[in-house]
Design a protein around this ligand. Sequence first.
Ligand SMILES: CNc1ncnc2c1ncn2[C@@H]1O[C@H](COP(=O)(O)O)[C@@H](O)[C@H]1O
Length: 753
Amino acid sequence: MRPGIRTQEFCGELGPGRPTGGAGSLVLQQFGGGKRADQRQRRRKISGSPDSWGRKVLGVPDGPHSIVAVATGQMLDRYWASGTVLSLCDIEGCPLYHHQPWSLNSPEMDFRSLPKIELHAHLSGSISRESLHDVWVDKIKKGQTTLRDPLEEMPAGKFDYDLETFFPLFSKYIYNLCNDSASLAFTTQSVLQDFQRDGVIYLELRTTPRAIPSANITKDDYLKTILDCIQSFNASSSMKTNLILSIDRRNDEATALQVVDLAIAYRPQGVVGVDLCGDPAVGDVSIFQPAFEKAAQHGLKITIHFAEAPQSSTPKELWTLLSFKPDRIGHVINVPEDVKEEIKKRKLGLELCLSCNVHAKMITGTFGDHHFGWWKETGCPIALSTDDVGVFGSSLSNEYALIVEHFGLDRAEICELARDAIDIIFGSEEDKEREGSFQIWINDKCSCQVADAIPQDKPTELQHQPINQPLGGRFYLFLPETQFLSQACRNTLSINHNHGHDHNHNHKQSSSSNNGDEEEDWQYDMDEPEEMSLDNLLHYIGYTGFPSQEAAHILTRYIESGDTPKAGKVSLYMHLLKNASDTTSNEEFEDRVMQTIRLCDEITNETGNCLLPHEHDAEDHFKHARWDVEQMCKVKFGENYQIPWNTAGNGGEGQQNQLVGVDFDGGRLQYQPRGANEWQLVETFMELLTQKPEFLKEAFVPVIAARNAEAVRRAAVARDAIRSNQMAAQFGGMSFGRNDVEEEDADEAMYDG
Ligand SMILES: CNc1ncnc2c1ncn2[C@@H]1O[C@H](COP(=O)(O)O)[C@@H](O)[C@H]1O
């Protein structure tokens, strides 16, 4: 086990459960129908409860599903990087409704959390400036380029590329920078990562096969490099990507056919279609007829840049393009009436790109004037798309936000829009089905609820609901609570006390192998006052290396968000970061850590956020962990599966087969097996975890271990005043009392509808 990293919370699934009045009780969502009346009844009761922080904190948690993962340290990076985490929350400091896109009354949607489908994205145009810069730095070091720094060539905030300046950006700059296998692979990877981080769950990336003679790269090599990246990304992430090959309008007929041949050859590796793109001012499209005919014959799907510029929107061109029988068309700007009618008749999929069209002045006017407004009424499925996010700087989430801002779509319409794209993906039926399961997220409005506290002492009261429907929900990652930090410190300390032990060893093993020396057992007494001691911090930082760069990046954003309680904690972490990174001696390091501890106190005093550890019952931790695994195994092996626990309780003799804790560590199960049966368990759990997408869809149980229940609740209470002010502001001064009534109506409408 990697020392110091323990996840105190688990992935769990919460329904619109909320406290039923009695402090600490929790109602989990009953999946499936038939419970409507009960739910309403419950809601009614809950709404009336002044203590229901489900209501106060979260607004109206209306959707049935949510998955909550709470993690510490490097977990943050890992999940973030893997894209499992679509959004960040922070129990302690962050008003959760900021991340509550789906709350019925919430005026705000978190578009990054919206599962999105991106169907029109050019690979080279999607590379972020930062990634280009990284490539450049590397090449400069190696003396391999004389190009300007991408951050100068494409300065931050510059998006006003028009069609005259846009195309040369590729031919004269980006292609010259990304001109070997390493840079191709690096930038492709970064593009995939960026889409995933933006909450894209299915991506059809497109690229023009490009030979790079200077690096001995053929078009075939180019494609292999890109497809390799995609395949490995697909294998390790929850986002699925397929590839479309682009024919450039500047190509001749033979080159176009060559692209189609490549697409045919690489279909098994994930090429799903062919595109026609490139400078609309150039070329006679009729020469591509044989290429598209061949593509269609071989079952490839077709998408075409359509009516992008006045020059490329002559009736002759447009009807020629329609004769290629495209499945989707992109941009679709300058379209005469008769062609519009034909598009409507065929119900062609439309890839519409707001920011690109506005920034490149491809439309007259601005966002509100975009033809999205017109097409949305036509019944043609629309896939909102980014085109070239690296150039135009607007992520898909942002495109959704723009749509809401300028076209006033309400939540249902936004969901509809997100869902629309499913039907027009070029991927397999399997892909569609996969997206279909996300449709349920959208349908269910993806309520993202934070873990209502589960009573620590009553894990068995949780209602376990086997899942026979696709998963709805998402991972949420909460920035580490200080109590987690403290726990991590303990663990680290314990390991430290058992120095010499392999880090893969578990605490429990350590503690039971050291003759039950209670002093050295990582478990601790609840009554003992807890402190984040210097030692603890040192060990924590030393072992975990947290906060890392990625974490720092995220935290910086949090600071920038200006949310005071949040920023309070964030600054603590920033201090930790400093402590960890730029000290040159142990003394200096220790000094910094002391400062951090003092800062921690100050923040606590100033913000009311308890940054020092909360009490935590280790015994409960075991109980919950054990319960978690039991539920997992029941899902896997059936309800009657009995885990051969040999003992109960913790520590001491006779604990040989005791489950001592289950932690995620970057998706690895951390668990100390003592016998064959337990290895089996480990394997099971591991298997479930590594097959996460399916596992989550098919088998995830509402395993929730909100072991910091009390802490959360207390934190919620402590922040109540701040929150209600903020909420009042956010909800236009609406009183929560009145909201209850509306919420009730809205619920009914939702269920009746
Ligand atoms: C205004 N929107 C657009 N219209 C037409 N073609 C576009 C485009 N955006 C990008 N491309 C095409 O995609 C290439 C870059 O990606 P790849 O090297 O293929 O990955 C550009 O050279 C251009 O031909």
